[in-house]
Design a binder for this molecule. Structure first.
Ligand code: ATP
Ligand code: MG
Length: 414
């Protein structure tokens, strides 16, 4: 292959005004981290990055790029000397490599080196004329060409390419601050976490677990999902906080009318998540709610549930169609895990007729029946936290153990 570099473009980071420098610095750092261990040389510039492939397999680099937020698109490029004769030769070589059936083409030139002796149009003419007369299969079509040959004349060198591939987009993960993702074992919440990271939010995860009411496999599922999501995180690592939820769960079954069980359970989750978010310096909560999806996600339910916190709550999926959510879930390789049928604290007890329009005053009244504040505090104080990396081999084959014991074991293993 004639291509020896991959050019990474930053997308709308340029819109960021004063923050621009910070964003670019963060992106440089992120690319360096994600390319760690590969035999490449990285050229960091203020408006783009070049990854020089050396003898590295380009597929490997492309696979890693899938996980870098803040890159809008990339192109395979060849770097050439700025001498017009060298550019012509390089262009011809490139076109010989990519075109082997009768095709039309067009040359686009962008000249950022304003001191260059030829203007863009003159470069275009010189190169297209040369390629045309030396490549028998090519003819020119400026309106609807089969192949475009792009030439960028910059201060340091000339770059030629003819591909432009869309990349992850968004902002470098971490530049927006940190949020706490409410992570269940379902399809939605990992997708919500991915979309938040893509938008620049670094995440930690909170999971409400009710072992031994629920099986240890449902906790394993959370661990496995986090491993997948960790590939998008700055250091390929994400902190996960397991909240012991069994006691609250039991109290709800004892004291709360069935129709309000889910409403109040979710109010408890929001209270606990808000408290933990404060302790972990997270600036928002994130969850996988989608308007109308289930009884607890009608707008009325969301009002009654949301009223226990004044923390910002990001719901990246609030208007998403389930099919679109599923296709992202597959893209981030979480789908097969998410559909594994292990129960979690939401599915272990499902009321027959949950309230779809629960009222705040009624929820408050039912909550008076038990000392929930003490339970909430106890749950937060007894959190079990663990840092999970993308390549960790955490396996919880330990039926019957409570998550507390498992986490203790994992910490010892580390
Ligand atoms: P599904 O894909 O089946 O909808 P879900 O995880 O979205 O799964 P919901 O009951 O719709 O399940 O829950 C809405 C949101 O509440 C979840 O997306 C998640 O953010 C949060 N949530 C639910 N259960 C838990 C839990 N056990 N721990 C942490 N967060 C949870
Ligand atoms: Mg859901």
């Amino acid at each position: 292959m004639i291509y020896d570099r991959i050019l990474l473009r930053f997308g709308d980071l340029t819109l960021k005004g004063k923050n621009q420098k910070e964003f670019i610095k963060a992106l440089h750092k992120l690319v360096a981290l994600k390319m760690e261990g590969l035999n490449v040389e990285i050229d960091y510039q203020h408006d783009r990055i070049y990854i020089h492939l050396l003898d590295e397999n380009q597929e490997k680099v492309i696979e890693r790029l899938k996980y870098v937020s803040g890159i809008s698109s990339y192109s395979f490029v060849v770097k050439s000397d700025k001498d017009i004769n060298v550019i012509k030769e390089t262009a011809l070589k490139l076109m010989k490599e990519v075109v082997n059936t009768k095709s039309t083409f067009k040359v686009n030139t962008k000249r950022t080196d304003k001191n260059y002796s030829l203007r863009s149009m003159e470069i275009t003419k010189a190169v297209s004329g040369y390629v045309l007369s030396n490549h028998k299969l090519l003819s020119v079509d400026v309106h609807n060409p089969d192949v475009e040959l792009n030439i960028e004349l910059r201060n340091d060198a000339c770059y030629l390419y003819n591909t432009n591939v869309r990349a992850m987009g968004g902002y470098p993960v971490g530049t927006a601050g940190k949020g706490l993702l409410m992570l269940s074992g379902g399809i939605d919440s990992p997708v919500a976490g991915y979309l938040a990271m893509k938008q620049g939010v670094e995440i930690e995860c909170i999971h409400f677990e009710s072992t031994p009411l629920t099986s240890i496999e449902s906790a394993q599922k959370v661990v496995d999902l986090v491993k997948k999501m960790a590939k998008f995180a700055p250091n390929n690592k994400i902190n996960v906080h397991f909240i012991p939820f069994k006691e609250i769960h039991m109290a709800l079954l004892d004291y709360v009318p069935e129709a309000y069980n889910i409403t109040i359970m979710r109010r408890m989750m929001y209270r606990i998540a808000t408290e933990l978010a404060k302790r972990r310096n997270c600036l928002c909560l994130i969850n996988g709610e989608s308007v109308g999806q289930v009884a607890s996600q009608t707008l009325r339910s969301m009002n009654t549930i949301n009223s226990v916190t004044n923390y910002p709550i990001l719901r990246p999926l609030c208007t998403y169609d389930k099919l679109d959510i599923i296709s992202i879930s597959k893209y981030i390789d979480c789908y097969d895990l998410s559909i594994k049928p292990f129960e979690d604290c939401c599915t272990v007890y499902v009321p027959k007729a949950p309230a779809t329009a629960p009222k705040i005053d009624k929820a408050e009244q039912y909550e008076k029946a038990f000392d929930y504040e003490t339970l909430v505090k106890k749950a937060v104080d007894n959190v079990n936290s663990i840092c999970i990396s993308a390549d960790s081999d955490i396996d919880l084959p330990l039926m019957g153990l409570e998550v507390t014991e498992v986490i203790e074991m994992l910490k010892m293993k580390k």
